[in-house]
Design a protein around this ligand. Structure first.
Ligand SMILES: NC(=O)c1ccc[n+]([C@@H]2O[C@H](COP(=O)([O-])OP(=O)(O)OC[C@H]3O[C@@H](n4cnc5c(N)ncnc54)[C@H](OP(=O)(O)O)[C@@H]3O)[C@@H](O)[C@H]2O)c1
Length: 429
């Protein structure tokens, strides 16, 4: 628990003066919370950072340092970590906790991979480790789940946890193609030069694992959670999705029936009637499903310096107020991506007789039943794009058939398989 020092300010240090860290400094300066004193800022190349637009909000008394030991060996009470990554940050935070400092962090990768171990160190040392900003940025999903939904038994979490993918897919829905929206996302600072962590689902997967631990008490190894990239989704998929009264979003899902844990991050067809389909731009949305309380929806800005800083500063205040953390029992669980769902299968073919029967045969061989076949007019005969939808079946079964179909002579582009979210996609009683 945090030290509450009567009549004495709590000393706070920020590690990392980038997008989030500099906004934290600004929010602290503008909000002027009594009893909190920013004493140190650590970053490499401090001279550069002093020229940052938010540096003018930093009080003159603050010590800027390029030596992390100046903070770890100091009398700082609370360390705010806004650098990111596993190493060396993990070791630094371990040292901070062991020396009696509480830690507030926005670092999803570190918490997804080592959160349980760090939590134990915090507990043993009677300090707090809080990381509400690590999931959904400015949307308080974690505190709401921990404090407002603890009485329920949460069986499922479904959400949009990556603002960059949501920005890209919601712009594709309006008629842009993938390469164009990726450039737009990069120009706006939403996507990195190497966008893999976002588009391939690793960022959302880390957040999903944190939520699984806190809400479902299931400790998952992020590397075991299947992911599917959004990079293979094309504009034409939105046209076909529209025909099915759906749109496409990157969906993170985890659910348990008490024995099996299923989790997956993948682009999915989402019915336009679902709240999940209504999220646009960089918005995040999380729907929790509880055995007793049913569905609860959270939405808002999932990223950005200021919204994330609000989450970090709120954590800081919670620690300062001495909010007691309940240490929930969690269990290491293995995970499968085998959700049952109807599938959307898109093929690009060179037109010739026998295509549909060859595809139907490959699907029948793995036990997948066709539900409908859609073909829009206007494609050239050597680049014909059509779609097959299936009855509900597990993704691995369909993927097996799709690998076989991909080898057939009339296929001219790798086929795409997406699961379709349905209205019946509700947790069981
Ligand atoms: N940005 C968001 O919207 C958002 C939302 C939720 C959570 N987060 C999380 O918040 C954390 C920070 O993200 P951010 O967007 O603020 O990143 P950022 O803008 O890149 O800021 C990171 C800062 O840390 C510094 N830094 C990096 N490695 C360092 C090292 N080894 N030693 C000293 N300084 C180092 C960087 O300095 P240089 O400038 O010299 O590289 C930079 O000032 C990450 O864990 C991220 O996942 C971010």
């Amino acid at each position: 628990m945090s030290k509450k020092i009567a009549n004495q300010n709590l000393r706070v240090a920020i590690l990392g003066f980038g997008t989030v860290g500099s906004s934290v400094a600004r929010v602290l300066a503008e909000q002027k919370f009594g009893g909190i004193e920013l004493t140190h800022i650590y970053n490499r190349n401090v001279a550069n950072k002093r020229g940052h637009a938010n540096a003018k909000f930093v009080p003159k008394s603050v010590v800027w340092t390029e030596n992390v030991d100046d903070i770890l060996n100091s009398k700082v009470d609370i360390v705010i970590e806004t650098i990111g990554g596993l190493d060396p940050i993990g070791k630094w935070l371990e040292r901070a906790l062991k020396s009696g400092k509480s830690v507030v962090t926005a670092n999803k990768q570190l918490i997804a991979y080592r959160g349980a171990a760090l939590q134990k160190i915090a507990q043993v040392n009677n300090v707090a480790l809080v990381y509400n900003a690590a999931v959904a940025g400015g949307v308080p999903v974690i505190p709401a789940t921990l404090q407002g939904l603890q009485g329920d038994r949460i069986t499922r979490i479904t959400g949009i946890l990556n603002g960059t993918c949501n920005f890209m897919l919601s712009h594709m829905e309006e008629g842009a193609d993938y390469a164009e929206v990726l450039k737009k996302a990069q120009a706006a600072g939403y996507a990195e030069a190497n966008p893999s962590a976002d588009v391939d689902g690793y960022d959302a997967r880390a957040k999903l694992c944190i939520l699984a631990r806190l809400a479902l008490h299931a400790e998952l190894n992020p590397d075991e959670v299947p992911t599917q990239s959004i990079s293979k989704v094309k504009l034409v998929d939105f046209l076909y999705a529209q025909q099915l009264n759906c749109t496409i979003r990157q969906i993170s899902r985890v659910e348990t029936d008490g024995t099996t844990v299923r989790a997956r991050v993948a682009p999915m067809l989402v019915p336009k009637s679902s709240p999940i389909a209504w999220s646009h731009g960089t918005q995040n949305m999380v729907v929790t499903t509880g055995k007793f309380g049913g569905d609860v929806v959270f939405s808002g800005h999932g990223a950005g310096g200021h919204p994330t800083a609000v989450a970090v500063v709120s954590d800081l205040l919670a620690v300062a107020h001495g909010t007691s953390r309940v240490y929930l029992p969690t269990k290491k669980r293995s995970v499968t991506g085998e959700f049952m769902a109807p599938h959307y299968l898109r093929f690009v073919v060179k037109d010739q007789p026998g295509i549909v029967s060859a595809i139907a045969g490959a699907l029948a061989k793995v036990g997948a039943n066709i539900n409908s076949i859609l073909q829009r007019p206007g494609f050239p005969k050597d680049q014909l794009v059509f779609v097959v939808t299936t009855e509900p079946c597990p993704a691995p079964v369909v993927e097996k058939a799709m690998r076989a179909i991909g080898k057939l002579s009339f296929i001219v582009d790798t086929p795409l398989s997406l699961q379709i979210m349905t209205e019946e996609d509700k947790a069981e009683d």
